[in-house]
Ligand binder design. Sequence first.
Ligand SMILES: [Cu+2]
Length: 670
Amino acid sequence: MTSNATLGAEHDTMHSRSHYPLDPLSMDEIQHACDILKNQKHLSENYRFANVTLNEPHKDEILNFNVKKPLDRSVFICVFDSKKNEAYEAIVNLTSEKVTKWKNLQVHKPPYGQPPILIDEFSKVERIVKAHPAWRNAMKKRGLNDEQIDNIQVDPYCPGYFNKKNEKGKRVLMATSYYREHPTDNAFAHPIEGVLALVDMNAECVLELIDEGKNTPIPLTKMNYDSESYPEKRKGLKPLLITQPEGASFNVNGWEVEWQNWKFRVGFTPREGLVLYQVSYHDGDRDRPIIYRASVNEMLVPYSDPNVNHERKCAFDAGEYGLGKLADSLKLGCDCKGHIYYFNVAAADDFGNAINKENAVCMHEEDAGNAWKQNGSLLGSANEVRRARELVVSFFTTIGNYGYGFYWRFAQDGSLKLEVKLNGIVQTAAVYPGTKYKWGGHLTRDLVAPSHQHFFNARLDMMVDGKKNSFSQTEYTRLPIGRGNLFGNAFGQVTREFKREDQAICDANAKKGRTWNIYNPSFKNAIGNPTAYQLKIPQDPLMLANRKSYIAKRGKFAKHNVWVTPYDINERYAAGDYPNQHAGGDGVSKYVKQKRKIRNKQLVLWVTFGPTHTPRPEDGPVMSSTSTALQLIPYGFFSRNPAMDLPKERDLASVQHKQDEEHGCCRRVH
Ligand SMILES: [Cu+2]
């Protein structure tokens, strides 16, 4: 398979033809694994499949992998009984066709923790709530008739954990309600305040209906976002085409990608979405490893409004919903523009049937401005500039009102960026017109949106120049005026190396320019220092919910920016394996309590980043795409700028070159 796959998606997700043990499961493999589990464990039709994913081999098995000795393919499956409150973890070995693990998750016992919400349950919640007389009465009290009530959008949400007796150990979802005049209207413009339904999903009944009785009017101003709602289109735009007449510059072989010295493998899981494996950079005559495995393993979006519709809202979007499970099938020309390569991925539906998720991962090159430039002509030296481009591997997930795009950006200078783009509609609330909303911002006079925080946690299983790495933090310091610094211009840097995981819990600090290095103590660069990559993240507020709150206890990973643990195959998720309704204390904050050594070890970085968002009128009806990013840059990994060998643009752009020759390099527009 080559770069000529213009419209991509040449992956045959249907059949088992895995060449490499980290390749995502094919549809055949998924179907086979689900069937084996159904048959051998005699699963009734009440069972739902919450997670079906490759059971990844241990890192050592992968690093020692020999094609002549294929590893067993095995599948991790989480199922639950939709009628009884029982959930299980299973491992199905596809090679031996046996269920090799079957563990009851004891979801009814502390600290609880349920499998994620399923698509099947979205419609189930709506059906249960709409049949509940007290909920219908609450809607009638707000002036709605039966036809209007049937039209309401019931929005399911994982309920969190708040030590409530009647919810403990049950599979519960909560639901808020939104009015809409027509079924296609943007219902988030019309929140129905003061009513919350808690639904027992096993008993299929409303467990509790909270109706505050306050009759805040439903905001009725339409805030639709479909094209027809904006018939007057702005003028003046001429076509902007992206063409690559000779194709893209990457090569794809199965799930392996090569581009501009970079090499990596693409993976995809229902929980994390896109996963990158074995990221390396070709330098001289060898591929130098940088990262073994990288993904966004968890997210957290807590909201600040203490009113009944909002006080519980705190979405763990990966562990409660599934970033990969809810990934969009991307559309060429809309989501992605230019010369695109798509990866299809296989998945399981809620009932254990294999499905094909088309165009789940998008890969393309983007022009990225200048790579480097120096005009030395005034000083008698050369005037040189090189154009940069990036390889962008991305996926997009839609979770209720919000949408998130995750973009891994590979640069030609050995740096790598994980950009997250935030999109969609903010969670809304209603206030009496003329009242000032205390907990966020106004979209209109009566439609408001609570302040909230978006936390992304990237799990970076590092491998800078080999398996064993160390970790340090560096920050700038001001120095006193005196001997050796007479003018006071000097400033210093302080570096701290960390010995144990419980000590290496770090926060960003923009004033001190804090950065972190992941380095290989036994691999020296030309200067004699350990080869390293540096982590940079923006400084944003960390968890603002009260420290004693269950939200803070359950989302402890968001109390700090950087955590470091030694590799353990069982430590995969920043908020623990089952954050849905979990009482808290699991995940990376628990892992580091082992106080393991992290010097010259296999290191995993857990990086929390993301903005705190107080909505503004311009966030409606749909917010503008905004972005945040973490960066990994080579820091003494190379002996000089590795992009010095970039060719001049005019030497490679044959078609463009001819046009430029005809019209002059910089075309005059006037
Ligand atoms: Cu936001």
